[in-house]
Write a protein that binds this ligand. Structure first.
Ligand SMILES: [Zn+2]
Length: 125
């Protein structure tokens, strides 16, 4: 798992489901990701806000298939998605297959320890 200066960006919730570690502004209530101590991106209020675990589910806003990558160890093609989380923030990640704008997706955790990563997959219709 890659970590930020302020801890791991994601983990598991009480039922073992993946969650993204975000924050909620104490002034305006804006939810954002990742968790950081500097302040609110919406209203500018200083401080870390309240920790907020965001469910790793949402709706695809945009998707792009990557066919070439400068690192030959990275397998192509793969799909990058911008996902509006149900909890508010817009995040980008890798999709396990193909996706299109409007698709409902949910993330799962792959790998173990320091190599844990989030990967989105489409919800069954
Ligand atoms: Zn705010």
């Amino acid at each position: 798992m890659s970590t930020t200066l302020h801890g791991a960006p994601f983990g598991t919730g009480p039922s073992g489901e993946p969650v993204l570690h975000g924050r909620r502004c104490l002034t305006c209530g804006h939810a954002s990701f990742p968790r950081q101590p500097y302040g609110c991106e919406a209203c500018g209020a200083a401080g870390p806000g309240d920790p907020l675990d965001l469910p790793a589910a949402g709706t695809v806003r945009a998707a792009a298939t990557v066919h070439r990558h400068p690192d030959p160890r990275v397998a192509v093609p793969f799909t990058l998605v911008s996902v509006r989380l149900d909890g508010g923030p817009l995040v980008r990640g890798v999709h396990a297959g193909t996706a299109a704008a409007g698709d409902r997706v949910r993330a799962r955790l792959e790998g173990e320890g320091d190599r844990t990563a989030l990967r989105f997959e489409s919800e069954r219709r």
